[in-house]
Design a protein around this ligand. Structure first.
Ligand code: NAD
Length: 394
């Protein structure tokens, strides 16, 4: 079939297999062109098919030569429906890993469930024996608790009082004011249940009990802080409450793992266009302005560059944590000069000057590339087979 993007708000319901493969190829090429990473040998990535989790898997495999298991929630093509981007990404990853003699396996299913955890543990036992790095990079709108059966839905809302600020429709470039009512207590509770640290702790606990976590193992999950203008909707909002919980969980995991020399971290990453971040109000306009300023200053990074920096400079460096036990690879985003310039533009930006002041073009391109569109060297008019198998799918 000929596959074109079909968007509904911040969602694209189609994905292009060759375009996704191209994106993977570029990420692999980037990592292979850098100095080899000294670090992990057998890696589990939970949430491995897109965004930061995918880039972590690529950095581990192609940067450090590690064996990897990726767990993710994606679907294959069916009838007239294409597969999801994460499916095509993982197919391309597995093919590339195989062709370079790296051992890798993929598990598709709900990481929040006991079944998928048990399946992953069995796979680690039979193929690797143990893993020495666990990356937790799940971003999801809902979670069913494996023990109680309660389904929680996460919301992106301020806490306490309503929040108004500029926002942008990145398809049209229209800048407008948005006002978001505060979350209820129950919405806060549910968002923490989805995006907080409970599931990360369950993973580590079960891996530990099953004896598949190597002595001295490292685990890392990802967080975001960002500038004050987004604090009411992000860091002090429902999602920020969940991130506080995630960061607390790192301390608990550190205590649990330290007996055998293990380590738990939260890495605070840069704001980037991913399927998850494009769903947050206000943030796409901030990211567009940030991209422009960081590109002008030669400081722009995408997921793979961030993850290469995390793996090569921070994760295996004892001095890499700040006073709050966080790894800060958002350091360039948060630099005073960068933020000052972004804020100057923020005050001025409106529909008429959005192209002049921000990198709306770059934002849009990154958004479509998440789904395998707008990749250079791909013929989007050509007939393509949407049915792609993931090698080593367990
Ligand atoms: P993403 O949407 O690109 O990736 C999410 C991954 O989780 C996908 O692989 C998806 O398949 C998987 N997933 C979702 N539900 C699942 C389930 N039930 N079972 C198994 N897998 C599931 O998101 P992302 O932006 O890369 O976010 C990853 C982490 O990075 C999150 O913790 C996020 O808060 C954090 N982060 C993101 C940004 C950003 O700007 N995008 C910045 C800093 C930190």
């Amino acid at each position: 079939m000929i596959i074109k993007p079909k968007t509904r708000g911040f969602i694209c319901t189609t994905a292009h297999p060759e375009g996704c493969a191209k994106q993977i190829e570029q990420q692999i090429e980037y990592v292979k062109a850098q100095k080899k990473i000294q670090g992990p040998a057998n890696v589990l990535v939970v949430g491995a098919s897109t965004g930061y989790g995918l880039a972590s898997r690529i950095a581990a495999a192609f940067g450090a030569g590690a064996n990897t298991i990726g767990v993710f929630f994606d679907r294959a093509a069916e009838g007239a429906r294409t597969a999801t981007a994460g499916w095509y990404n993982s197919a391309a990853f597995e093919q590339a890993a195989q062709s370079q003699g790296l051992r890798s396996f993929s598990i598709v299913g709900d990481a929040f469930s006991n079944e998928i955890k048990a399946k992953t543990i069995d796979l680690i036992k039979s193929e690797f024996g143990q893993v020495d790095l666990v990356v937790y990079s799940v971003a999801s709108p809902r979670r069913t608790h494996p023990d109680t059966g309660e389904t929680f839905t996460s919301v992106i809302k301020p806490v306490g009082e309503a929040y108004s600020n500029k926002t942008m429709n990145f398809h049209t470039g229209e800048v407008s004011m948005t006002s978001i009512e505060p979350a209820t207590e129950d919405e806060v509770r549910q968002t923490i249940a989805v995006m907080g640290g409970e599931d990360w702790k369950m993973w580590i606990d079960q891996l530990l009990k099953a004896g598949v976590l190597a002595d001295g193992a490292t685990t890392v999950a990802y967080s975001y802080i960002g500038p004050e203008i987004t604090h009411p909707i992000y860091r002090e909002g429902t999602i920020g409450k969940a991130k506080n919980d995630l960061e607390q969980s790192a301390h608990q995991l550190q205590a649990l793992l330290s007996d055998k020399g293990g380590r738990a971290f939260v890495s605070v990453n840069k704001a980037l266009v991913t399927q998850s971040s494009s769903a947050i109000p206000v943030v796409p306009l901030y990211i567009s302005a940030l991209y422009r300023v960081m590109k002008e200053n030669g400081l722009h990074e995408n997921c793979i560059q961030q993850m290469y920096r995390l793996f090569s400079e921070h994760l295996y460096n004892e001095n890499a944590k700040d006073a709050n036990c966080l790894i800060r690879i958002d350091d360039w985003e948060m630099r005073e000069d960068i933020q000052a310039e972004v804020m100057k533009r923020w005050a001025q930006v409106e529909t008429d000057n959005v192209d002049e002041l921000t990198d709306l073009v770059g934002y849009r391109q990154d958004f479509f590339q998440l789904f395998g569109f707008e990749s250079e060297g791909v013929d989007y008019e050509a007939d393509t087979d949407a049915n792609v198998d993931i090698p080593n799918l367990v």
